[in-house]
Design a binder for this molecule. Sequence first.
Ligand code: MN
Length: 236
Amino acid sequence: MHALTRRQWLRTAASGAAALALAPAAARAADAPGFTLPPLPYGYAALEPSIDARTMEIHHDKHHKAYVDNLNKALAKYPDLLKTPIDDLMRQLDKLPVNAATRTAVRNNGGGHANHSAFWVWMGPHAGGEPAGQLGAAIRQAFGDFAKFRAQFKDAAMKRFGSGWAWLVAADGKLEIASSANQDTPLSKGQTPLLGIDVWEHAYYLKYQNKRDSYVDAWWNVVNWKAVAEGYGKRA
Ligand code: MN
């Protein structure tokens, strides 16, 4: 270790002080308003064999993260909107005080953030089966029986051309099957999404390739009806 000249020492000390002075600012930046990627509530491999670990990792860490990052970028000039809960933001999509390009960015990336945040929770390990309680009764009342509900939901998932979602929604106090293109969320139509399946190819292509049909069939094994029933209990 060589001795520093006084000038070198001063320069080193000054840059150290500058770094210390920056530390609080960096801490503030981490706390700044903005949307954050929620952690997966289980491991990447927890939904095997229905959904493979690699798909879960890319889907959450890359696709969902990109929606969050792009939403924060799109709303960088709107600190109030960055503090709005994502579901509330998407409910107000048509009324947001933003220009057309920003609204489109919120529609796509905010929708992606809202949809995926719910999607992870609607799935889980040791899941599947049929819904019980009030939700089970409401599904039977609306669709006849669980098998008919499943068939109608799958039909919506299969008929969604290209990228999108199929949904079970609460609309005007009734349960309905719906589907949407891209990352459009039922929230923006005044509906409450109770359960949704992502039918973008990124959700299944590594394991199922073109067989969306097999993916939808396997997906029922990972539906966390307990979480879906909690959402039903809290529906707007
Ligand atoms: Mn997705």
